[in-house]
Design a protein. Structure first.
Length: 190
């Protein structure tokens, strides 16, 4: 009988630890910050694919950079830049291409020659992540204002925007979607 009590106590103690771990995990930044959730979002069995890349993996401050992407299916794509300083901005859609619909098989370049400017790598140094999310039906992740920025910033302090983003993420499972990302290293000039 004493052995059964010890086993029940042990099971109760383990269950409590598991419940506390789940509670801590639910409060982690990935679960509470929708921008972190997107950055870490994985689609294990996508119905289509996105390729995303740059000319190289390492850039020095002051160098020109271009982002490339191509999808295997017509879709609605959002390209998000997680900058080294913690800022987040949307690269696509943008002021030049406000509609986020893209045709399969076409390579898109940001900025393309039609943009009329170049993107130059800026400080600080570190690792920058570019995340692509695509759906076969329209899904608006961000309420974007192209009048103020060519590549709109996403502010964590904007509660309305974060609420809309949480709603979009919660509804993502009802869409045919995929994701991919690439990282680049930003270094000081040699």
């Amino acid at each position: 009988m004493a052995g059964a009590i010890v086993i029940l106590s042990l099971i109760s103690m383990i269950s409590g630890c598991v419940a506390r771990q789940a509670e801590v995990s639910a409060q982690s930044p990935v679960h509470t910050d929708p921008l972190a959730k997107i950055a870490n979002l994985k689609q294990d069995n996508p119905g289509f694919h996105i390729d995303i890349w740059t000319d190289k993996k390492r850039y020095h401050i002051g160098e020109e950079i271009r982002f490339y992407f191509r999808t295997s299916r017509d879709c609605y794509l959002t390209l998000i830049d997680y900058e080294t300083n913690g800022n987040v901005q949307v690269l696509f859609p943008n002021r030049y291409y406000q509609n986020h619909f893209v045709r399969a098989g076409k390579t898109h370049i940001i900025p393309g020659t039609e943009y009329g400017f170049k993107l130059i790598v800026e400080p600080p140094t570190g690792i920058e992540k570019i995340k692509a999310i695509a759906t076969t039906e329209p899904l608006i992740l961000f309420d974007l204002d192209f009048a103020t920025d060519f590549f709109p910033r996403v502010e964590r302090s904007n509660k309305s925007s974060m609420k809309s983003l949480r709603f979009a993420l919660d509804s993502l499972s009802s869409y045919d979607w995929t994701e991919n990302s690439c990282t680049i290293s930003i270094r000081e000039n040699s």
